[in-house]
Design a protein around this ligand. Structure first.
Ligand code: PAF
Length: 285
């Protein structure tokens, strides 16, 4: 079974052994409850480095009051098994005490600008928690490559901004979103959905596909593409829309017009019952 470490000291020891053998270190940060999307991240990391570290840590500082911290799934034995078969060399399963030695209200990293919009507007302090824990993991592992999913579009953008701003010597590698056969993006939170909600949730991808089809057919007006998103999402009565936007893929600023030189991304978030899901699609390359 895959090697598992809980303490920072054991982690460092294993990593320096691997480094001494000339191996490049890869990191796949996760909160566990692994699904095929995570396994793809691990596979991509395996292809890019020789020693793959998967971290499993349900990070309390990125959950808001009343969010799902307590009920977040923690199927550890299953996660370890899956990490191993996907090609992980080491799984880091730290405690809250290890990650936050002086308590969870101590040092924070804040990526201004990207933290307060979209997911950040709906989830205050969420990205402060993400940036903080990701920098801690970077410091502990010192990876050459870190792999994140495109599914959490704003998160990978924010991590990229933090890496640049703080001169973190790591290469960010982004893995495309993995979807179910009917188009629903894989997410650990999908398991909260009942059967009807699960069926309804497909509307997120349907809206993105329609937006992309409009762009492929030559549509360049941001408002009209936005309207396509909204109309599609409203057609599903179980979807309670949070946001549906067409934005600049680097700055997340709202786009009135998709000029040929701009990269655009569609971002959507909606609630199905008590479960909030997000998805996105690049509209131009
Ligand atoms: O995407 C996630 O699972 C988490 O936000 C991350 C990057 C592991 C930080 O806790």
């Amino acid at each position: 079974v895959v090697d598992t470490v809980e303490s920072a000291a054991d982690l460092r020891r294993q990593i320096s052994d691997a480094r001494a053998k000339g191996k490049r270190i890869g990191l796949v940060p996760t909160m566990g409850a692994l699904h095929d999307g995570h396994l793809r991240l691990i596979g991509q990391c395996r292809a890019e480095t020789e020693f793959v570290v998967v971290s499993i840590f349900v990070n309390p500082t990125q959950f808001g009051a009343g969010e799902d911290l307590d009920r977040y799934p923690r199927p550890l034995a299953d996660d370890l098994q899956q990490s191993e078969s996907a090609g992980a060399d080491l799984v880091f399963v730290p405690s809250v005490q290890t990650m936050y030695p002086s308590g969870i209200n101590s040092t924070f990293v804040e990526v201004a600008g990207l933290s307060d919009i979209f997911e950040g507007a709906s989830r205050p302090r969420h990205f402060r928690g993400v940036a903080t824990v990701v920098l801690k993991l970077f410091e502990l592992v010192r990876p050459d490559v870190a792999v994140f999913g495109q599914k959490d579009y704003q998160q990978q953008l924010l991590v990229g901004r933090m890496i640049a701003d703080l001169h973190v010597p790591v290469q960010l590698s982004i893995c495309p979103t993995v979807r179910e056969a009917d188009g629903l993006a894989l997410s650990s939170r999908n398991r909260y959905l009942n059967r009807q909600e699960r069926q309804a949730a497909v509307v997120l991808n349907r809206a993105l596909e329609r937006a992309r089809a409009a762009v492929d057919a030559g549509e360049r007006c941001g408002d009209r593409i936005r309207q396509t998103l909204h109309e599609t999402l409203k057609s599903e009565s179980m979807a309670e829309l949070d946001y549906a936007e067409i934005v600049n893929a680097e700055t997340l600023e709202s786009l009135g017009d998709l000029g040929s030189e701009r990269r655009a991304v569609a971002l959507v978030a909606a609630r199905f019952g008590t479960t909030r899901l997000i998805d996105n699609a690049l509209l131009t390359t």
